[in-house]
Write a protein that binds this ligand. Structure first.
Ligand code: XMP
Length: 327
């Protein structure tokens, strides 16, 4: 199973009927592989892990344990949505780990972007491994590996860690039910499995989450400013027909303050930077031409609704020279 390759003549899954056929086939394949064994899955709420979860719930129900680690760097409403969809609606066996303090304490005072990324990545593996060790008799690990991951790792573009770099004592057999799918196919399969559009058509979100958008050393108040301003931007883009059109859009809060004025008083608060870009493969990107009136409306909302913010900027930089994220 782990070595399964996409057949050269496989028809691209573009319709609900093709998605349904794939789902039926996969359910049979998953039942054959898993038998009566137990499976573990790190469920981030991203498209790939969500679709894997939904497939496994259909195939083996309570033999699946999902672990959702809240590292405090998720977007507004994301942990709640994972719990609502998987625990309440799909009746999955879901372990929710509130690791917010643990991550933020480890990140306190750390300003170097690569060090921040390493801390977040290592801590994630540690928290997940701790949860895995608490469970009895789990021998399988499900992963949301997709076909481009395999191609990229074979092409030497990016290392693809089997089992996410888990410690040696956790020796799992892998279950990879969307391994031969392209991203667009994963989305169609997800819709057919009944996942909400907000989960299936979600824009890309980096593993280190809002951590790379809270520039420099993360503080809880500035992280809240990132989260709240991002929620306003997403709401306004959705309302104004940009959510399905723009490839990636988010806010950044740099770690400096500037002078402003509010209610006749001097303020000394952070700026929020808006970034909205289009790209095919994220290697280069152009900036979305957001209507000026909408930018003004978003500015008005952010400066009045987000604590600690007195200014809004729009990032006009394509990639290159800027990367998409600020860190
Ligand atoms: P950059 O900033 O390199 O981003 O132009 C390109 C795309 O990759 C995403 N990104 C990440 N995704 N882990 C991820 O899973 C990361 O550490 C990471 N850094 C950037 C970014 O959001 C953009 O879509």
């Amino acid at each position: 199973m782990a070595e399964l390759r996409r057949p050269d003549n496989m028809k691209r899954i573009t319709t609900p009927e093709l998605a349904k056929a794939f789902i039926d086939e996969q359910i049979a394949a998953l039942r054959a592989q898993i038998g009566d064994r137990k499976v573990l899955l790190a469920l981030s709420g991203g498209v790939d892990s969500s679709v894997v979860a939904a497939l496994l719930i259909k195939a083996v129900g309570q033999q699946l344990t999902c672990v959702h680690v809240n590292h405090g760097l998720l977007r507004k409403g994301e942990p709640e949505q994972v719990i609502e969809v998987f625990r309440n609606q799909m009746k999955a066996n879901l372990i929710y780990v509130d690791a917010v303090d643990r991550f933020l304490d480890n990140l306190a005072g750390v300003s170097d972007p690569e060090t921040k990324r390493k801390i977040i990545g290592n801590e994630f593996i540690e928290v997940f491994a701790e949860e895995a060790r608490k469970l009895d008799g789990v021998s399988l690990l499900a992963q949301g590996t997709i076909w481009p991951d395999i191609l990229e790792s074979e092409g030497g573009i990016k290392a693809h860690h089997n089992a996410g770099g888990l410690p040696d004592d956790l020796n799992f057999e892998l279950v990879e039910p969307v391994r031969i799918l392209f991203k667009d196919e994963v989305r169609i399969v997800g819709s057919e499995l009944g996942l909400p559009d907000g989960m299936v058509y979600r824009q890309p979100f980096p593993g280190p989450g809002l951590g790379v958008r809270c520039v420099g050393a993360i503080t809880r108040d500035r992280l809240e400013a990132v989260r709240e301003s991002d929620a306003i931007l997403r709401e306004e883009f959705a309302k104004n027909g940009l959510a399905g059109k723009v490839w990636q859009y988010f806010t950044i809060v740099p770690d400096f303050r500037t002078t402003g004025i509010r209610d006749g008083q001097r303020s000394y608060d952070w700026p929020v930077v808006i970034r909205a870009v289009n790209t095919r493969d994220a290697m280069s990107a152009t900036v979305e031409d957001v209507p000026f009136a909408l930018l003004q409306h978003i500015t008005d909302r952010i400066t009045h609704e987000v604590a600690g913010v007195n200014r809004v900027l729009y990032d006009l930089t394509p990639k290159p020279t800027g990367t998409i994220e600020w860190e």
